[in-house]
Ligand binder design. Sequence first.
Ligand code: 7TS
Length: 409
Amino acid sequence: SEVLDVERIREDFPVLEREFDGTPLVYLDNAATTQTPTQVIDAIRDYYLEYNANVHRGLHQLSQEASIAYEQAHDRVAEFIGAAGREEIVFTKNTTESENLVAYAWGLRELGPGDTVVLTEMEHHASLVTWQQIGERTGADVEYIRIDEDGHLDMDHAREVIDDDTAMLSALHVSNTLGTINPVADLVDLAHDHDALAFIDGAQAVPNRPVDVEAIDADFYAFSGHKMAGPTGIGVLYGKQHLLDSMEPFLYGGDMIEKVTFEGSRWNELPWKFEAGTPPIAQGIALAEACDYLEDIGMDRVARHENELAQYTLERFAEFDDIEVFGPPAGEERGGLVSFNLESVHAHDLSSIFNDYAVAIRAGDHCTQPLHDKLGVAATARASFYVYNTREEIDVLVEAIDDARDLFA
Ligand SMILES: Cc1ncc(COP(=O)(O)O)c(CNc2co[nH]c2=O)c1O
């Protein structure tokens, strides 16, 4: 069927059975991190119980098994995002490290005065602060594509600011604050029209919707395991093979080498050139399992479910005139999240009150402080959804807002 069997899915997430003082948990903080299904937990458990060993093809059986599973996890992730193969899939610690890898291993070497790095005003600090720093060190300028009052990218401004001085475009696929889904293929085309590279931050996209990096034609694409029903401690950097081949390593040490002498060293093949030291073995194997788990559900269904919950949230919030919502208007497809403020109640107070209802949301700037300055608010509350959330949980959220309103009236 076209809809998710949420009740059956919830059985895979025992943490959702938790109660605080008898009140059932309502977990609505999925843009921060998603919960982990027993299938993924079992993959980690099986690894440590049955074939834990260090990788890179040690000569004993355990190492062979661990190495093959870890390497094949790269193949599985490549398939999940439509990449050509493991050579284009680097396992990192998280999206943040993936962004830093490109900023250091490509940006520091390739950028200089006169170059510009173009971001968007909605960027997460993982890219915004990173490219700001690289700009300061290299003399490159950092410019920002404007957003409009509905949280859409101003594409006219994008066409103006991306020009022949642009060396890199770094943009979000889906905003973790606004829920805006950016026209990333168009943005990449714009960058390529000016011989610039394009880095797409897909932390809020790969977990939530079908992503085909080759259709987007991104040069680099990053996301995190913990946001897609996988474990913490693993992120992914997708990079076009010819670019990763041309780049110097980001971190040096064991396994990323082919030959080391006192005079110098040669690097290992891709992707191992970018995976120095003992990698996140269990996490990589578990991430492959998370890909299987999500693919069994169907990424189209995941996207539809999340958008439906976001639209229902907007519909419920529209019943009140003191709830300000941010991002695209109701009816327009968005990522599975709604940032909002309740008049006269600070987002942090709201989040604390929600905790009394066992409702877990996020309050703050969501690592997008410049965006919050632009929105004219210090903080927002954010409800974000995943495959196990229901409309009934949004009704509980609305009741909690109601009580917060009365408390602060
Ligand atoms: C768009 C985006 N980019 C990058 C990151 C960084 O991912 P990490 O390196 O795995 O931490 C996040 C995490 N966003 C959030 C983390 O907590 N609340 C959030 O909204 C994100 O939403």
